[in-house]
Design a protein around this ligand. Structure first.
Ligand code: DSN
Length: 416
């Protein structure tokens, strides 16, 4: 095999990558779960560590030649421990759902009762959706939001916990814009003898940047993906108290996974190193400021924001309630002009998941590009103009030009 680059060896695929680079540079990324990794993270992901098999854990592998891989994995573990004040960390989970599967496998038995926030209220598939492993294998009791405030009803959760006596209580979300009361979750769980499991996938970067309270010292086990606000490679980690370490490690391997992806583990180490720097605290603070300002700007254009605002990097807009526009229509029109968002159910939505009443907006990616509060007015106006002109291709084409011109002012890391 020659040492030739991808452009020479595979121009078709090289062109596909170029097209995606152009899309990322010229568009506005408002999907709350996405971000842009640094060149250093990209480099680690594209390194020769991709070549290795290393089933097992540091010092106890099922393959030879792992003395260097052990160093990378140990570095990722040490940095994650420091970042989140964790007693034990497993850095091998390939992604969020496999990490959560390992948590269930390690700590409870099929059929056991689990309390999780319902997906249509802002939870996650792996917190008990009927079609997911969690809903299929475990007895899930969903908890919901208060209809008036659109906040998690902790009193109701406590009542359910006392009646149902679950084995595990999950605190976490994929579409909820308010802070969770970790201590109250723990108090309720202790009262009924349940394990506390926090899934901080969305807010891990904001916790690492010390903008949001950290559940790791409080909860029994905490999982997170590494590619959202944490701005690392696609993957996940599990953190837990020492007493659960063996069970968690065994559940990840050999319970759920085979060989870890060592190039991704290395990239996790790089990202954790970045998150330990003071500049990351500034970044995560700016993510929240931008999110709050964008929500405010949308409100001033008469869009209703679910729960009235946000404490984190995301918020939901009740489009149908505000302007009789559906989430699907909005996603389609915004895609056309190069603004990426996702349609989303709002709490107690009467519409269907494929064409819900809302959209979810998030600021981690545009903040990585250097946008500040003053730019949020422009972003909100671009969204509004697009939605108001959604049936007029001529106007949409002009808005697309504006989006490109505006976006190109802000460099994307890793793209020249
Ligand atoms: N897909 C992620 C999100 O968008 O929130 C959750 O896994």
């Amino acid at each position: 095999m020659d040492n030739i680059n991808i452009l020479k060896q595979d121009p078709i695929l090289a062109n596909i990558i170029k097209l995606e680079e152009k899309r990322q540079k010229e568009g506005l990324e408002l999907i709350a779960s996405e971000n842009y990794v640094s060149s250093a993270v990209l480099e680690a992901m594209g390194s020769v560590l991709a070549n290795k098999y290393s089933e097992g854990y540091s010092g106890k592998r099922y393959y030879g030649g792992n003395e260097i891989i052990d160093q990378a994995e140990n570095l990722a573990i040490e940095r994650a421990k420091k970042l989140f004040d964790a007693e034990h960390v497993n850095v091998q989970p390939l992604s969020g759902s496999p990490a959560n599967l390992a948590v269930y496998m390690a700590l409870i038995k099929p059929g056991d009762k689990v309390l999780g926030l319902s997906l249509d209220q802002g939870g996650h598939l792996s917190h008990g959706h009927p079609l997911n492993f969690s809903g299929l294998l475990y007895s899930i009791i969903p908890y919901v939001l208060d209809r008036e405030t659109e906040l998690i009803d902790m009193d109701e959760l406590e009542k359910i916990a006392i009646i149902e006596k679950p084995k595990m209580i999950i605190a976490g979300f994929s579409a909820y814009s308010r802070n969770l009361d970790w201590k109250r979750f723990k108090k309720i769980a202790d009262r009924v003898g349940a394990i506390t499991f926090a899934d901080i996938a969305h807010i891990a970067g904001l916790i690492a940047g010390k903008q949001i309270d950290n559940p790791v010292p409080i909860f029994d086990v905490v999982s997170t993906t590494t590619h959202k606000t944490l701005r690392g490679p696609r993957g996940a980690i599990i953190m837990c108290k020492e007493q659960f370490a063996k069970a968690i490690d065994r559940a990840v391997f050999p319970g759920v996974q085979g060989g870890p992806h060592d190039h991704i583990t290395a990239a996790k180490a790089v990202a954790f190193g970045e998150a330990l720097m003071p500049s990351f605290a500034e970044y995560s603070s700016q993510v929240i400021k931008n999110s709050q300002e964008l929500a405010k700007q949308m409100q001033s254009l008469e869009y209703r924001i679910v729960s009235g605002g946000t404490d984190n990097h995301l918020f939901m807009v009740d489009l149908f309630g505000s302007k009789k526009i559906t989430g699907k229509e909005a996603e389609h029109a915004l895609d056309f002009v190069g603004i990426s968002i996702n349609k989303n159910m709002i709490p107690f939505d009467l519409r269907r998941p494929m064409d819900p009443s809302g959209i979810r907006l998030g600021t981690p990616a545009i903040t990585t590009r250097g946008m500040k509060e003053k730019h949020m007015k422009i972003v909100a106006e671009l969204i509004h103009k697009t939605l108001m002109s959604r049936d007029n291709d001529f106007i949409l084409k002009n808005i697309k030009k504006e989006v490109i011109e505006f976006s190109l002012n802000f460099p994307v890391p890793g793209i020249i």
